[in-house]
Ligand binder design. Sequence first.
Ligand SMILES: [Zn+2]
Length: 245
Amino acid sequence: MPSPPPKKPAASARQPEVARAAVRVEREVREKLHLEILRRTGAYRTDDHFLLPSGHHAPEFIDKVLVTTEPLFTEGLGAVIAKHFADWPADVVLSTGPGASILAHCVARALPSRPVLVYAIKGVQGPQRRVDLPDEFARFVRRGTKVLIVEDLITTGETIKLLIEMVGEAGGTVGGIGCLWQRDSKIELPREVFSLVTRDFPTFDPAACPLCREGRPLNVEFARAAPPIEEPLEVSRSRPRRERR
Ligand SMILES: [Zn+2]
């Protein structure tokens, strides 16, 4: 019996590899472009010796307050995030706080599903962190609501985890998280994160800082900024938790 003709390697067998490489290149190009945009806003600074609000030293700094000061850039960046999630018809864009709501507005404006925009409020209660929706917004997130979370800078991801729980408790679904900058590439979140830039930069204890050893003058321009509320706090829930089985 004639043996079947040798099969040509199917194009589809090669495609995953090619597709992965294309995704990687696309991602690198995209990140370079977005870094350059953030540099132009003055939010991303490099080649210096910064004193961080935490007391550590670093050669780079991203200033959260400055990332959305150029409306045209913010609109462009918001549209990129919206394009990524365009196939998932979000009902609500949930900003992690009032600070991220400028970006969140731009994402919501560009989404074809015309979602409403709400923001959460972060707070602390004793040693614990909490997130909640202002009462006026609570009715927008209920059973069956599709929610896209938007954050400007993800540092630890703890706020986002709390928001995902909060939406789940209200009966809604979080389809993903769009953000400008993810500071720690190793953060794992229970939903897809689409980040325009994912970049860890080194920070040094002053006693072990190579920039200090080189004698570079310390730039204290950003030291006055309050440390991000995410950093030192323990996680808590905004609402009473249902009993776990
Ligand atoms: Zn130093």
